[in-house]
Design a protein around this ligand. Structure first.
Ligand code: SOE
Length: 389
């Protein structure tokens, strides 16, 4: 019989669901070293938390997240809350000896991220930061191509993360549009993913020059049911000030000399979750678009002249990362699988006494770049990432 591992989740919205689904599905597709038990769900709204618990099979419901910290039974805490709560929860979890899964962006500030990572390391707990797109098989395969020197020396990262769900000026002022709760707009929410992928695939970023913009400066206060991607039913006629960016563009230089550009916006009409990048190197090129996540475009300079060009590889074969646990070739997989892959890797790391990436230290590096960009926008100059301390 496998050893049980007890999980508490804090938060029951979009990410609460995605994580719960992953904990359910991972042991059914992968042969894991532990048997996960969905032990406790914590959320302020106890009624909806009870429904959530009944639906996903959690045993215990608590309105106060500290119950998860205090409980001797809990082994892993998954933090799926707005960003401003991450630091306090992660530090408390670490001090109580719980392993940590934390949603992105890691924290409100670089200094907070450092505090979280140090607390986790001091306690000797495993920590994982959920930049889930590293575990799209096509992205993991792109990493293999780069590591196998199929792309050669990298010259360019050209990335974009575009959405359009707040373009309507009547879309309410939910937590993600408030600086004190979210830290920043798409600059944190989406650029954090792009910087994570760029660091994973290209390397560390040395300097950044950025421009940010808020297009809609006031919005109605949120009513019932308003949240990420959801405007809710009746929101109030009272207006509030938007305190985050609506779009944030960065140009960067990597430590290895490559140049990068990152565009993020929630005002890119028709782009629903357009997480896109191109990488150009001395031997080949790669292009990826999350909206077509089962494909990777690859250009190999060694192809003979008459057949040169980008080829679209369906990343659905058993030889591709993670795929052999799923379906036969071209029976494609989706967004939720990235969370399942993360749980698999998390539990294997735990059993093997290894680290998993990305973790809170990756969060530290990401926050340093994002904060450098914020400073660049404020001061209108190129900022070295090392200036952020
Ligand atoms: C909203 O912009 C959001 O849900 C992000 O918060 C996620 O991290 C991203 O994966 C999809 O879009």
């Amino acid at each position: 019989m496998k050893k049980k591992i007890n999980v508490a989740i804090i938060g029951t919205k979009f990410m609460g669901k995605a994580h719960s689904n992953a904990w359910h599905t991972a042991p059914r597709f992968f042969d894991l070293p532990y048997e996960p038990v969905l032990k406790m769900v914590c959320a302020r709204d106890t009624e909806s938390a009870k429904e959530f618990a009944a639906n996903w099979g959690y045993i215990q419901v608590e309105s106060d997240w500290r119950k998860a910290i205090e409980s001797k039974d809990i082994d892993v805490i998954a933090i799926c809350t707005p960003t401003h709560l991450h630091k306090e929860m992660a530090v408390a979890a670490a001090e109580a000896g719980k392993h940590i899964i934390c949603e992105k962006p890691v924290a409100m500030r670089y200094a907070e991220a450092v505090e979280m990572a140090e607390a986790a390391d001091k306690a000797g707990v495993l920590h994982y930061l959920n930049h889930n797109y590293r575990r799209v098989p096509a992205v993991a395969f792109a990493k293999q191509l780069i590591d196998d020197n199929k792309i050669g020396q990298i010259y360019h990262w050209r990335g974009a993360y575009l959405q359009d769900w707040i373009m309507d000026p009547e879309f309410p002022l939910i937590w993600q549009l408030q600086k004190e709760l979210a830290g920043a707009g798409p600059h944190y929410d989406l650029n954090s993913h792009s910087v994570d992928l760029a660091r994973f695939l290209v390397g560390e970023i040395a300097s950044v020059s950025a421009m940010m913009k808020t297009f809609i400066k006031e919005r109605p206060l949120p009513g019932e049911g308003a949240g990420t991607f959801a405007s809710g039913s009746a929101h109030s006629s009272e207006m509030g000030v938007v305190t985050i960016d609506d779009a944030a563009f960065m140009n960067t230089e990597f430590e290895n000399g490559a140049l990068g550009s990152f565009d993020t916006s929630r005002f890119a009409g028709g782009r629903k979750n357009y997480n896109y990048f191109e990488i150009y190197g001395s031997k080949g090129s790669i292009a990826f678009n999350l909206e077509r996540m089962n494909e990777l475009e690859y250009y190999n300079m060694d192809d003979p002249d008459p057949v040169q060009g980008f080829r679209t590889i369906p990343i659905t074969l058993g030889s591709h990362p993670y795929i052999d646990a799923w379906w036969p070739p071209a029976h494609i997989i989706g967004y939720e699988h990235t969370f399942v892959h993360a749980i698999k890797d998390f539990l294997e790391a735990l059993a093997g006494g290894k680290k998993i990436t990305p973790n809170l230290w990756d969060g530290v590096k990401i926050m340093q770049v994002l904060e450098a960009a914020t400073l660049s926008d404020k001061e209108g100059r190129l900022v070295k990432v090392s200036e952020i301390k």
